[in-house]
Every structure is written in C-alpha cells, then in structure tokens.
Write a protein that binds this ligand. Structure first.
Ligand SMILES: [Zn+2]
Ligand SMILES: [Zn+2]
Length: 370
C-alpha cells in the first residue's frame, strides 16, 4: 500500500479515529477550533460533548477527528498514525493488550513511512516512486504509484537530501520494517509477541521520528499545517510519558546534556523527570530568553519562569502547600541570597546527590546545604 499520495491512507485513518475519538476527549463548549474547521461540524452532526457544560480540555481536537474532509496532507496523515501508536501503548498499569501491541507496530510502520516520504516529497515529488524516472503526476494524485521501499526511502534521504541516520536508528527502522511484514503475514507470533521488545523498538523509532519531524519537516510546513501538527505533537508528547520504554530511551539520549549540569538538574514539576535544568549567566549559550526563563526541562521541552518553576516544584514535586493556612507558609519559596529572587526552595534534590536535601534556587541554579 502506498501512503505517499495521502488519499488512500486517509480513508483508512478516518475510519479508525473519526468517531471513536470523541469518546475519549472532554470537549469544552468554548473550545477554539480554527476557523476553517467550523463548517465540518456545524453542517454535520454536532457531537453531544459540545452541549455539555465546559470542562477542562484534556486535548485539543485535531482536524482528522472531525467528521468531513478525509484528504489531509502527508505530515498530518503521518502524525495521525503516531497519535494512534501512542494511544495504543498508553497504559496506567503497565500492561498493554496483544491487540494494541499489534496496531501500535502496524501504525508506527505506516506513520514512519509517510513521514520519511513526506521529506522526500519536499525535495521532489518523483522521489517517492520506486522508479523516479517513470513517475507521473497522475499516479501520485490518484495513489496508483508503486512507491519506494523503506530501505530505499532511507537511502534516498541520505544520498539525495543529505540526512544521516545513526547505526542505532537504522537498526531500529529495519527492525520495525521486519516486524511489520511478519505481523501482516503471520500475526502476533515469535518476537512480535514480546511486549517488552516491541515497546523498546517503538520507543526508539518514536524518539527518532520526533527529532526528524522537528528538524526536517517542521521548516517546510505552512502556518496552518503547523497549527494542526502542533496539536498532534502535543498529544504524542503527552502520551509518550506513559510509555516507560520511551522514557528510558529518551533519558539515555539526554545523558550527554544533563551529565555536566547534575548539580542543578532537578525533577520537572510538569513531567516529573529529572531533567529540569536552571541555566546560569556564565553558561556559554546564555541569552536574554534564558535570563527571563532560566528553568528548562530537556525531557518535555518546557521553559519556565523562575517563580513558576519554584512554585511548581513545591506543589507537584514536594507536594507541599496544598492546604494554605495563615500560619503555614512552608510552601513559600525563600529569597535567594545570590540573585535576590523569591525562588529558593528548601528540601529540593538535585541529580548529583538525590539523597541530600538542599536549598535550591530556580533563578540562578545555586544550591546550598540545608
Ligand atoms: Zn519536564
Ligand atoms: Zn538565586
């Protein structure tokens, strides 16, 4: 099956996500949906959720979840597959069903193919054909093309576009292609039945794809495509935190960046990973943005104001200050003797010595023994 042309894959996806998507999402009645999307639900069936009182939205709604236009562009199509992968693997209790595992692999393979080919198409549309010399616009438009294999796609990305793949990435992509073929023919047997292995492979490929999207696809997207893609990326990143293998993989990737700053790396109030680093004005890449938002989480990509980081840490990591009484001010950060900001938290812990409580300043990254 060719995913490159969009239309063929799109029908399948709408069938998969279209209606059931509503069931999982709390939709506030005031939800802001970009202008061009209104028509598709105003004219059609308005889901019941819209009539219910406003609630906090868990996720914003993507275009593919609205009834209507099944033709969405390759990047959106690919991201939709990844959203499905993350939803299949998310689990509260660590157990992923066999069926979910199967669809996670199939959709990951489809999403990878679409996204890698999207980059080839930005280079030239004929590059997604198995023989670019025989490419026709008609075959691309109606999806009747014979498209290049995953291996050829990777080779063309390297040889023609100049994108290098590490040995680890190449191996993970090859393993995914093998699993997909085996699954399509034999179902969930052999190594594909090993949840742990599938999860690790999925984590590696997703980790690679997120970087690939940000570096190689994002700059090519138009503004309205970016708005759509951002919603999908938000959901993918949100779901990834639930996949332990992904967390492990990503933390391994971050080790070179986090290693040298262990004495000012603390747990992030947002994602709870030990990846929130407070920058210093002596850092080589220090700038005005970092001066205003010195706390940055390398895991969830959040940049925070010092007060926000300090209070967030007190509330969500230390779990203090939930009940705010007049005689209890234990939740209020102290004033830092160095930078004079009210951002110093007692009982904080850094990666360099997680067992020792310190006074940590989210304004300047200084810590002192308590
Ligand atoms: Zn974080
Ligand atoms: Zn300070």
């Amino acid at each position: 099956m060719s995913q490159a042309a969009g239309a063929g894959g799109a029908e399948e996806i709408v069938g998969h996500v279209g209606v059931s998507g509503w069931a999982d999402v709390d939709v506030p009645s005031g939800l802001a949906i970009p202008e061009q999307h209104h028509a598709s639900w105003i004219d059609g069936d308005v889901p019941n959720a819209f009539e219910e009182p406003p609630q906090l939205a868990k996720y914003r709604i993507r275009r593919v979840e609205l009834a209507g236009d099944p033709h969405f562009p390759p990047v959106e199509n690919g991201l939709d597959y990844l959203v499905s992968v993350v939803e299949s693997l998310e689990s509260q209790d660590g157990e992923v069903s066999a069926r979910n595992l199967k669809y996670a692999v199939l959709h990951l393979a489809a999403g990878t193919e679409v996204l890698l080919k999207a980059r080839l198409q930005y280079e030239h549309w004929s590059l997604v054909f198995n023989q670019p010399g025989n490419a026709t616009r008609e075959a691309l438009a109606d999806g009747s093309l014979t498209s290049c294999t995953p291996d050829e796609t990777r080779q063309r990305l390297t040889n023609i576009v100049g994108i290098q793949f590490s040995a680890r990435q190449t191996k993970a992509l090859a393993s995914l292609a093998r699993s997909r073929n085996a699954l399509q023919h034999y179902g969930l047997v052999g190594e594909n039945a090993d949840a742990r292995r599938v999860e690790t492979m999925t984590a590696q490929v997703l980790n690679f794809l997120i970087g690939f999207i940000e570096t190689h696809l994002w700059p090519h997207l138009k503004d309205e495509e970016r708005a759509e893609a951002e919603i999908a990326m938000e959901r993918i990143r949100g779901g990834l935190h639930m996949i332990q293998a992904y967390v492990d993989e990503r933390m391994r990737d971050l080790a070179p960046q986090l290693g040298p700053v262990r004495d000012r790396t603390v747990q992030c109030p947002d994602c709870l990973q030990w990846a929130l680093v407070t920058v210093r004005d002596t850092d080589p890449d220090w700038d005005l943005v970092k001066a205003a938002y010195p706390a940055y989480c390398h895991f969830c990509d959040r940049r925070m104001h010092p007060e926000e980081a300090a209070l967030g840490y007190v509330f969500y990591v230390l779990k203090r200050g939930r009940i705010n009484t007049a005689d209890d001010d234990s939740w209020t950060p102290d004033k830092c003797p160095d930078c004079k900001l009210q951002c110093m938290v007692t009982d904080a812990r850094t990666t360099s010595a997680p067992e020792a409580a310190v006074n940590f300043c989210f304004g300047c990254g200084q810590s002192t023994a308590t």
